[in-house]
Design a protein around this ligand. Structure first.
Ligand code: ADP
Length: 497
């Protein structure tokens, strides 16, 4: 199968979040299954800092934007460690800036124009490169115009006939919603600006457009695929997603096991495998405590948290439990994260009160993220919603027991510890349902109780998590099945016009 994957960020050329990880890793796993994949991504300032050699293709792009023609070029390179061709869409006025989507001054005002250019450039490149894919895989709102234009503008051109499209949602909260006058920039006929197609609450909505016109839709976990069909997590698009549920799939992300593997991780003071996990983790824990100047006590459990300090991640649940536990229990905490000022302040104040019990880094450190995953006993992630989540999978790969809220990808990866799941050996963590600090605290109490009093069960949890295959291979197989199904759907004319 020939697959064209388009994304606004791809590791190692650009990254602001999990989207980039997925779009850097999935093509490699697809290639390993024998498929031909090419990737399109904008060429931002710094995209060439990763060491890849980007060569000019000599291809000039002439893209209609409003009543102008905007020119650009295509650069070519490979995804590191693979034969996958990556085309970088070069247009310095749009992409050579101090950030991907915004800078200190906020979101860029011309984001609709920038990604209209990108989407049109991707579609034009098919013709210019004379490379026709069977499937276009678009990701998030920045690429929402690709399925749209493919259906409303390109479908009658022979070179584009039969190309199917998949629109993947990585986080439904970000939709690319713009003032309706931006429709003019896209060059798409006004007749499509209606509540059933490109309009949402009076605005032009690029993600919605992609979801309407794509042949298939996917998101990054089966549970999130269900949740987004309801009003609570549907972000205003639940009606559309429910209507299109027959073509909506949920496929869990994998993790990059080249980067996240305790046996070979260069960031750890000691490497370990499932056979040597107890000694290995004890050494990593001691190292982590020294780094954060926490007191040494063999019996004291250490809880780790890495992630954005954002409401989505459940900080309103974590902070009350931390305040109470730091004052009363022999349990240590380490937090690595950046984000909202109110959480920075609250954590700083707690750190000042309990410096040898609570380690804090309000920064971004990939190395320390690895060290926390290895050195902590438990990892807490009580998200309000979580499309997939990577940290809980990293934790389990590192023998760190996750304590999570049962939502999205967390519900699909963490099996709560109960008498039944202990007995059938599926338990790998602790989870709870209510979005409340009482529910989080009670799950944490259960975890600490087993940590102290049921060493055999604790070992079982660690081993179950570490033995599971978290790599991309299984997910890539599911994407291949989905692409094949979508190609059939396309032939049957499922996408709407
Ligand atoms: P999200 O994409 O919603 O932020 P995920 O759990 O899917 O959450 O992925 C977050 C990724 O970002 C993980 O790889 C995590 O280790 C990393 N990360 C988040 N904050 C930090 C930080 N302060 N320092 C280092 N890595 C971080």
């Amino acid at each position: 199968m020939k697959i064209l994957l388009a994304s606004s960020e791809v590791v190692p050329f650009s990254k602001t979040g999990g989207l980039a990880d997925v779009c850097g890793a999935l093509p490699v796993a697809l290639e390993q299954l024998g498929h031909e994949v090419i990737v399109f991504v904008p060429s931002y300032r710094g995209s060439d800092n990763c060491g890849a050699v980007i060569e000019p293709t000599g291809i000039d792009l002439q893209i209609p934007i409003d009543d102008r023609i905007v020119t650009g070029t295509l650069g070519r390179t490979c995804l590191p460690g693979s034969n996958i061709t990556v085309y970088l869409v070069e247009q310095s006025n749009y992409f050579d800036r101090g950030g991907l989507y915004g800078d200190d001054g906020g979101e860029f005002e011309d984001n609709c124009e920038r990604y209209t250019f990108f989407c049109r450039a991707v579609l034009e490149s098919i013709r210019l490169l004379n490379w026709k894919p069977d499937q276009i895989h678009a990701n998030d709102w920045q690429t929402g115009l690709i399925p749209t234009l493919l259906k409303v503008e390109y479908s009658d051109i022979p070179m584009y006939e039969g190309i199917a499209s998949l629109m993947t949602i990585h986080n439904l909260a970000y939709q690319g919603s713009f003032w309706y006058q931006n429709l003019q920039l896209t060059g798409i006929d006004r007749k499509y600006f209606n509540w059933q197609q490109m309009e949402s609450y009076g605005n032009l909505n690029l993600l919605k457009s992609g979801l309407v016109f794509a042949d298939g839709i996917s998101t990054v976990s089966p549970t999130y695929a269900q949740e987004i069909q309801g009003p609570e997590q549907g972000c205003g698009l639940d009606g559309l997603l429910t209507e299109r549920r027959d073509v909506l799939a949920g496929i869990l992300n994998g993790i990059d096991v080249g980067e996240w593997n305790p046996e070979i991780d260069p960031h750890l003071s000691t490497n370990y495998s499932v056979e040597t996990v107890f000694q290995g983790k004890a050494e990593c824990k001691a190292h982590l405590r020294r780094q954060f100047r926490l007191y040494e006590n063999e019996r004291t459990p250490l809880i780790g948290i890495v992630g954005r300090l954002a409401t989505q991640k459940g900080w309103s649940l974590i902070l009350p439990v931390m305040r109470k536990w730091l004052a009363s229990l022999d349990v240590q905490w380490v937090v690595l994260g950046t984000g909202d000022t109110e959480y920075h302040r609250a954590l700083e104040s707690l750190h000042r009160s309990y410096p040898d019990k609570f380690g804090l880094n309000l920064g971004f450190s990939n190395q320390q993220a690895h060290q926390i995953e290895a050195g902590a006993d438990m990892f807490v992630m009580p998200s309000q919603y979580e499309p997939c989540g990577l940290n809980q999978m990293y934790s389990m790969a590192y023998g760190t027991v996750p304590v999570v809220r049962q939502t999205g990808g967390l519900a699909d990866t963490v099996v709560d510890t109960t008498p039944v799941t202990i007995e059938n050996r599926t338990a790998n963590g602790f989870s709870f349902v209510d979005f409340s600090s009482q529910a989080l605290e009670s799950a944490l109490h259960r975890a600490v109780d087993i940590y102290h009093n049921r060493g055999d069960v604790w070992q079982q949890l660690i081993q179950t998590g570490m033995r599971r295959d978290w790599s991309w291979t299984a997910s890539a197989r599911q994407y291949v099945d989905l692409y094949q199904k979508i190609i059939v759907q396309h032939k049957d004319g499922q996408g709407r016009e």
